[in-house]
Design a protein around this ligand. Structure first.
Ligand code: ADP
Length: 302
């Protein structure tokens, strides 16, 4: 079942085409991730779906509703993550939950959310004194106050340390495991790869790929890369003769071998024949950064 249906969405600001022509569906119970570089059109797309922006063209249905016409009903049934600036610094955790409960016709008891999201001990703490990870958990709790069927999370882990990031990822999975649909917007490819059931990669106002992370990577047919540190003065160009090898490059002491088939086994055998036994011989798998590069010719970080 489709929870969201977007057809031929277009939005322009003056001469800037923010969203060119975007169509996709989001299925019930999945984590659907919209990923792309800054300025790609992610926020415009998602805010149009939430009814916060009016598209120039296209049709959008969310839970069977029209976000422009049925705004009140939609607001009751979706969860929206607030931006940092939305909460006063001195507001206590419990006060925030209590305040936002008043905005909905129907809510879950916020004491339960305090416990579910590990905030019970922080209930009397001012917002400004929470850690980055605790603030994000509070935003998640606020987004779940109305027991929404569909939850939107936007750049949830920007500025978090690696540990808080991992904890936040677990939290997002927990939301899906409660049977809710999650739309996650991020410019982090690793986050998309980690969390998404399906990913839409957006670039310059268009979807350039939409599939599961595994399928996106497999369909790339990129060559395998094998890497090792060359400490023996071995001439890496000798590896060019090895079965399956298409390219050999040395950067400093690092040798990067590209090719197909059982590359690692073939390279290891060839090195052993020359009495070279690197301790760090390893295969590098393709990832979503490679997918983006292959599709657009650009790195997502630039
Ligand atoms: P993303 O969320 O992927 O960073 P946005 O949807 O915010 O992308 O922006 C897409 C493009 O539209 C960018 O070039 C941005 O500068 C422009 N844009 C977004 N919002 C506005 C606005 N309110 N007025 C003018 N230009 C905008």
């Amino acid at each position: 079942m489709n929870v969201i249906e977007v057809q031929n969405l277009r939005k322009q600001y003056g001469s800037t085409v923010a969203v060119d022509n975007i169509s996709f569906n989001v299925q019930q119970g999945e984590i659907f991730t919209i990923v792309g570089p800054n300025g790609a059109g992610k926020s415009t797309t998602v805010e149009s779906i939430m009814g916060l922006r009016q598209p120039d063209q296209g049709t959008i249905r969310v839970l069977g509703l029209d976000p422009q016409k049925d705004e009140h009903e939609l607001r009751q049934r979706i969860g929206i993550q607030l931006q940092q600036a939305a909460l006063p610094e001195r507001l206590k955790v419990w006060e925030a939950l209590n305040l936002y409960s008043g905005f909905y016709d129907k809510t879950v008891p916020w004491e339960k959310l305090l416990n579910d999201w590990g905030l019970a001990e922080k209930r009397n703490t001012n917002f400004k004194n929470l850690s980055g990870g605790q603030k994000q958990r509070l935003f998640i709790a606020l987004a779940l106050l109305n027991d929404p069927e569909l939850v939107f999370l936007d750049e949830l882990t920007t500025g978090l340390d690696p540990q808080a990031r991992r904890a936040t990822w677990d939290a997002v999975r927990a939301i899906r495991d409660q049977g809710k649909t999650v739309v996650l917007v991020t410019h982090f490819m690793d986050e998309a790869e980690e969390l998404a059931d399906r990913i839409a990669i957006i670039d310059q106002g268009n979807i350039v790929a939409l599939d599961t992370p595994q399928a996106l990577i497999q369909n790339l047919h990129v060559e395998t890369r094998v890497r090792f540190t060359n400490t023996n003065g071995y001439d890496p160009q000798l590896l060019r003769r090895v079965n399956g090898v298409t390219e050999v490059e040395q950067r400093g002491k690092q040798v990067i071998v590209q090719g197909n088939g059982a590359l690692l086994a073939h390279v290891a055998t060839a090195l052993a024949e020359h009495n070279v036994t690197p301790t760090d011989l390893r295969v590098e798998q393709a990832n979503l950064e490679d997918v983006f590069l292959a599709l657009t010719g650009r790195s997502i970080r630039n």
